[in-house]
Design a binder for this molecule. Structure first.
Ligand code: C2O
Ligand code: CU
Ligand code: CU
Length: 562
C-alpha cells in the first residue's frame, strides 16, 4: 500500500531552527522522521466527558462547536499542530448516554473558510461547494435519516451554506439500541478524509441497565482508545499527502488511494503510555485511521478478554490472542494487568512479511506501565448478554456486490461498488422489517502482492442505520476469466469458489456495523432492516475510498402491506 502516497520527508518542509523561545523545555526532534520520535514519553489523554447545556423533560441537550485549534501531538515536537476539533478538542469530548434516554446535540460549525489540508475539487460536487463543510455522523447508531448526518446534509459556518440534504441544526439520538461504543465523526461529501484526519472525531458511549448490572471495570478503569496512524511535518504539524503534481491547478486532483501514516496516535498523542494498576481495565478500542487496518496484540503474549463488537456486548467473554481491526471497527476488551506489578506491556500490531514472519513490520501503538498499588477482586464476567443469531432462512432477498475499480480521467484508480457512482440511481431499496443477505465480492487486489499478504487491502464496508451479523467468508478465483462481475451481481453465477466457507473471526461474532471485505473473498452478512425508513448510505470506510465514489445510497422503504 505504499503506492500513491508520499513520505513527509519528501514534502518541502518548513525546516526549523533551534530557537531559545520555544515553549518546549524538552529537546526538539524532527517530527517527520518517525525513527527520531521518542516513544512512550507522553501520557495517554482521556477525552473529557461533555456536560449537557440543559435538560428538557429529562433529555440532555448538548452544544458542540467545531473549531480550529492548536494541538501538541508529542512533547518533543517543535510546534503545536493546527487541528479541527469538536469544541476545539482532539479527540472530541466524549458523550455518555443511557439507553432509552434520547440525547439532542446542536452541531455548530465555527471553522475557518479555508481548509489546511489539500481539497480535491474533482470529487463529487466539490467544485461547486464551499471548501470547509461539515456534517456529523454518529457511527453505529440507529437513528432517523434527518439526524444521521447524510454526506449531502453538510453546512458551513453559521449554517450559511448548506448541502442539498441539509434539514436541521439539532440532531436527535434516540438511544434505543443496546450499550456499546459509538463514535461521532465528520461525514461531509468529498472531504471526510480531510476533516477526520484534521481531528473531527469523538466517542459516544452508550450504556444500558444490563451492562451496568455486570461487574465490568468502570469509571477510570473504562478507557476509550482512538487509534490512528498519522504523519507529521518537521515542525510537528499534520502531514497529509498532496502527492501528485497538480496536473490541473483548478481542480487540484489530490485524492490518494491510500494514506498510511508513519506514527501511531492514540487519543491524540503519538505513542503514549498509560500508568495502570495491577488489575482489570476495560478498553474500547476504535481504529479511526483513514486507510490502515491493523491486527492488535500484546507484547507479553497475554490475551485480551473480549466483551463486545461494534454493536455491543457479545454473549460470553472470550479470550482472543490477537484480532484485526479495520477503519471504523471497534472492539471492547478487558486487559488484566493483575500480577504484572512493575512490568511494561506494549500494545502492538502484527504485520506479517512475505515469508509470513510476524513481528518484522510490527508497529508499536502504546505502552502500559503497571504500578504496584491497587488491584481488584472482581472475577472476569462470564455471561454478558443473550445474543440472537439472525436466521438465514428468514432472509427475503440476497443482494450481491462487487468491489469494482476503473481508471479516471486523471489516471487515478477510482474504486466503486458494482461499478456505480454515488449519484447513480438508487439500487438498494430494502423493505422495512425484512432480513436480507448481502454478499460482497472483492476481486480487487494488487497483483504484485500475493493474496492474503498484508499490507491490509480489505475494504471495510459499513452500513448506516443497522447493526448486522457476519455469516462468513469464502475464497474465489479472482482471475478475470473466472470471475464475471455482471453475472455475479445479477444471479450469483460467474464465480468459482476455491475454498469452503469459513466462519467469521472469533472477534467478529457479535453485532457489527462495519465488516472487512478481504481481497479474493466473498464476505456474507445478514441484515435486519428495522428501526427507521428513509434514505441512508453505505460505503467503504477507507476514507479515501468513501470520498471518491465508494459509497452508495440505501433507502429503506415501507412494506406495501403495512
Ligand atoms: Cu463512520 Cu458513514 O461512517
Ligand atoms: Cu455510520
Ligand atoms: Cu475501500
Amino acid at each position: 500500500m505504499e503506492e500513491n502516497y508520499s513520505l513527509p520527508g519528501e514534502e518541502e518542509s518548513s525546516g526549523y531552527e533551534e530557537s531559545s523561545d520555544t515553549k518546549n523545555t524538552d529537546f526538539i526532534i524532527d517530527a517527520s522522521n518517525p525513527g527520531a520520535i521518542p516513544k512512550f514519553v507522553d501520557e495517554l489523554p482521556i477525552p473529557k466527558v461533555l456536560n449537557p447545556v440543559s435538560r428538557e423533560n429529562g433529555c440532555p441537550y448538548y452544544e458542540v462547536e467545531m473549531k480550529s485549534a492548536k494541538h501538541r501531538f508529542h512533547r518533543n515536537f517543535k510546534e503545536a499542530a493546527t487541528i479541527f476539533g469538536y469544541n476545539g478538542m482532539y479527540p472530541g469530548p466524549t458523550i455518555e448516554a443511557m439507553k432509552g434516554q434520547a440525547v439532542r446535540v446542536k452541531w455548530i460549525n465555527n471553522l475557518p473558510l479555508k481548509h489546511f489540508l489539500p481539497v480535491d475539487k474533482t470529487l463529487e460536487d466539490a467544485m461547486d461547494s464551499p471548501e470547509v463543510r461539515t456534517v456529523v455522523h454518529l457511527h453505529g447508531h440507529n437513528v432517523a435519516p434527518d439526524s444521521d448526518g447524510h454526506p449531502e446534509a453538510w453546512f458551513t459556518r453559521n449554517y450559511e451554506y448548506v448541502g442539498k440534504k441539509y434539514c436541521r441544526q439539532v440532531y436527535e439520538y434516540p438511544n434505543q439500541q443496546q450499550a456499546t461504543t459509538l463514535w461521532y465523526h465528520d461525514h461531509a461529501m468529498g472531504v471526510t478524509r480531510l476533516n477526520l484526519y484534521a481531528g473531527l472525531a469523538g466517542f459516544y458511549l452508550l450504556h444500558d441497565f444490563n451492562e451496568q448490572s455486570l461487574d465490568l471495570p468502570r469509571g477510570k478503569y473504562d478507557i476509550p482508545l482512538m487509534i490512528q496512524d498519522k504523519s507529521f511535518r518537521s515542525d510537528g504539524s499534520l502531514f497529509y499527502p498532496d502527492n501528485l503534481t497538480p496536473r490541473n491547478q483548478f481542480v487540484h486532483p489530490s485524492v490518494v488511494r491510500a494514506f498510511i501514516g508513519n506514527t501511531m496516535v492514540v487519543n491524540g498523542k503519538v505513542w503514549p503510555y498509560l500508568h495502570v494498576e495491577p488489575r482489570k481495565y476495560r478498553f474500547r478500542m476504535l481504529n479511526a485511521s483513514n486507510t490502515n487496518g491493523f491486527t492488535f496484540k500484546l507484547s507479553n503474549g497475554q490475551p485480551f478478554w473480549q466483551l463486545g463488537t461494534d454493536g455491543g456486548l457479545i454473549s460470553v467473554t472470550k479470550a482472543i490472542q490477537k484480532f484485526p481491526l479495520d477503519p471504523a471497527e471497534r472492539v471492547d476488551v478487558i486487559i488484566d494487568f493483575s500480577g504484572l506489578e512493575g512490568e511494561t506491556i506494549i500494545l502492538q500490531t502484527e504485520e506479517l512479511d512475505l515469508q509470513g514472519n510476524p513481528d518484522i513490520h510490527k508497529r508499536e501503538v502504546m505502552q502500559f506501565r503497571v504500578g504496584n498499588k491497587g488491584g481488584d477482586s472482581i472475577p472476569l464476567p462470564q455471561n454478558l448478554r443473550p445474543f440472537d443469531k439472525l436466521e438465514e432462512a428468514k432472509a427475503v432477498k440476497t443482494r450481491r456486490f462487487v468491489m469494482s475499480q476503473e481508471v479516471d480521467g486523471f489516471g487515478r484508480i477510482k474504486l466503486t461498488l458494482n461499478n456505480l457512482e454515488f449519484s447513480d440511481p438508487v439500487t438498494e431499496f430494502p423493505e422495512y422489517d425484512t432480513i436480507e443477505i448481502w454478499e460482497l465480492a472483492n476481486p480487487v487486489f494488487d497483483p504484485t502482492r500475493p493474496l492474503g499478504i498484508p499490507p491490509n487491502i480489505s475494504h471495510p464496508i459499513h452500513l448506516h442505520l443497522v447493526q448486522f451479523q457476519i455469516l462468513g467468508r469464502q475464497q474465489f478465483n479472482v482471475n478475470p476469466n473466472k470471475f464475471n462481475a455482471n453475472q455475479w451481481i445479477t444471479n450469483g453465477g460467474g464465480i468459482e469458489f476455491v475454498s469452503n466457507p469459513v466462519d467469521p473471526d472469533p472477534s467478529e461474532m457479535g453485532w457489527k456495523d462495519t465488516v472487512r471485505v478481504e481481497p479474493g473473498q466473498v464476505t456474507r452478512i445478514i441484515v435486519h432492516f428495522k428501526n427507521y425508513t428513509g434514505e441512508y448510505v453505505w460505503h467503504c470506510h477507507i476514507l479515501e475510498h468513501e470520498d471518491y465514489e465508494m459509497m452508495r445510497p440505501l433507502i429503506v422503504i415501507k412494506k406495501y402491506n403495512d
